[in-house]
Design a protein around this ligand. Structure first.
Ligand code: ADP
Ligand code: MN
Length: 511
């Protein structure tokens, strides 16, 4: 353990590098009041958290971990994290020995039972999915067929009832799908495997007890997330970033939201020459408790890319997928020259990007600044421009665009928070775009920009579509009709369309 952490001793180097060390300056960039007033949803969330864990406010308010927090409890945390690393290394060693002993032999022995990390908890990144292209899942086998509801098939002598051993065995195999997603059933589901009732029941028992075990574990973790802002695994990730020198110090928390916690950090040195770490970074930690992501279902549930797949993904991976999505979307925007944070690195559910702001003070949200009428007009035209670029060049719809996710910095608007952004051909993509347009139009119209297009004009200007309805209800109906046509096309041709386009009243599509 000592060898694994050469810098973990006391001293100035440790003081400045430890993520839990006292920050150089104690001021945090954003008061709790700001966080509280951001959105009704966020307010409710905080209230909920307060009720459940009274401590959480202090955490959200204070820096990452203040000086007085460096006591035995943080030593314990550190020890636990190092132990976790140690256990992993031990298991890796076991696997190596296992391999050495087994060699090419047809009969092999397993050290599985001696492993320290329970397979249920380990999150090896071996089977991470590439979310960008989960449309064709090469690993998904067809489900084995089972008997229909009436309980028998065939006629006369060839009748097969549901009590038939083979049919019953297959049915049991198929029922393994109902086990918790983390429960490893191997590739048995895809095979024509027949499980006897006895075996199936034993498996079922085991699956349930594992589920309960995992739930208890999760409860503990959730608790620690609320109390310490981040859970031990996340702390370890952050600790490693500081320890490797990539980050200099993590100073404090900028924002705690429903789905993420954002920290400020000073950048350090990059391990590779070609990559430059920005002097100040923002670290967005996607919360690793699934609850917060339930309400995001609609972004992904109807996305054909995730059909059949969503329910099967390990919850931890779903959260990483959001982080990954944010990274990919930011990169697309960066390439198009849209002002937005620059991606530094993604590690699991932790995304490090450049900090928009200066000296630990984050740039204000558009809703929080008072702009001169000249700047307001400038901001409007820039926003219109960015929305068009986002749509045409990045092939994206922000899907949560409003004055809350636009920052005012260096005399221009910066777009942030794009983990939920979708492609325009997403089954609800155009509806999301319309909502974005409504937010933007209302904000700038209220802000006194006389030139600002109304929501419908803005929608057409951004999408290049030509929806002529002159009232909101008809307009939305046309949007939904377009989406439906696209969906039908997907159903019939098995692939999505590259873009929408419309020619007067009769919409046509470009492949
Ligand atoms: P959420 O899903 O919680 O709204 P955001 O990405 O919008 O996540 O981040 C929450 C807040 O954190 C933002 O409103 C902004 O104030 C701050 N923030 C996020 N990213 C950055 C960044 N790169 N630079 C400065 N501040 C940021
Ligand atoms: Mn946001």
């Amino acid at each position: 353990v000592a060898a694994a952490a050469p810098e973990a001793g006391p001293g100035p180097a440790w003081q400045s590098k430890c993520p839990w060390g006292a920050p150089n300056t104690t001021s945090i960039s954003c008061s709790l009041a700001d966080v509280m007033s951001e959105q009704l949803a966020k307010e409710l969330q905080l209230e909920e958290e307060n009720a459940a864990f009274p401590e959480v406010v202090a955490v959200a308010e204070g820096p990452f971990i203040t000086g007085e927090n460096i006591d035995t409890s943080s030593d314990l945390m550190l020890a636990q994290m190092l132990q976790m690393e140690f256990d992993r290394e031990y298991d890796a060693q076991l696997r190596r020995e296992e391999k050495k002993i087994n060699g090419d032999s047809k009969v092999s022995i397993s050290f599985e039972n001696y492993r320290k990390v329970h397979p249920y908890d380990s999150d090896s990144s071996e089977d991470e999915v590439d979310w960008q292209d989960t449309r064709h899942d090469p690993y998904r086998a067809d489900k084995p067929t089972t008997t229909p509801r009436r309980g028998f098939i065939g006629k006369g002598k060839d009748i097969t009832t549901k009590h038939d051993e083979v049919v019953c065995g297959r049915k049991n195999t198929a029922r393994m799908e109902n086990f918790a997603p983390e429960f490893q059933v191997g590739d048995g589901i895809g095979m024509d495997l027949k499980l006897s009732n006895q075996v199936f029941n034993a498996l079922k028992q085991h699956a349930y007890s594992e589920e309960r075990r995992s739930a208890r574990l999760h409860e503990k973790k959730e608790h620690s997330t609320a109390e310490k802002a981040v859970d031990p695994k996340t702390r370890l990730l952050l600790y490693k970033m500081v320890n490797s020198g990539m980050l200099e110090t993590i100073t404090g928390c900028i924002s705690t939201g429903k789905e993420s916690v954002v920290f400020h950090a000073y950048g350090g040195k990059s391990a590779t020459e070609d990559k430059v770490i920005p002097p100040e970074c923002a670290i967005k930690v996607f919360k690793t408790t699934l609850n917060e992501f339930k309400n995001r279902d609609k972004y992904i549930k109807d996305d054909y890319r995730f059909k059949d797949r969503f329910s099967k993904l390990n919850p931890r991976k779903i959260i990483r997928m959001w982080a990954e999505k944010e990274m990919h979307n930011l990169t697309r925007m960066q390439n198009a020259g849209i002002p937005c944070p620059q991606v530094v690195i993604l590690k699991k559910h932790v995304l490090v990007m450049s900090f928009i702001g200066k000296d630990q003070i984050p740039a204000p949200k558009l809703k929080d600044v008072t702009l001169s009428s000249e700047d307001m007009k400038k901001a409007y035209y820039q926003t219109l421009n960015m929305m068009q670029q986002l749509y045409k060049e990045c092939n994206l719809v922000h899907a949560d665009l409003s004055e809350y996710n636009m920052l005012w910095h260096d005399g221009k608007v910066w777009l942030i928070d794009v983990s939920q952004s979708v492609e325009p051909t997403h089954p609800h993509g155009l509806e999301f775009l319309f909502r974005d347009c409504r937010n933007v139009a209302q904000f700038f119209q209220k802000g006194g920009v006389a030139e600002a297009l109304n929501e419908r004009e803005l929608f057409n200007a951004v999408s290049g579509l030509n929806i002529t309805a002159d009232n909101e209800v008809d307009f939305q109906a046309e949007i939904e009709a377009l989406e439906k046509m696209n969906e039908d096309h997907v159903q019939n041709h098995g692939k999505k369309l590259a873009t929408f386009s419309s020619d007067g009243d009769t919409p046509i599509y470009d492949e």
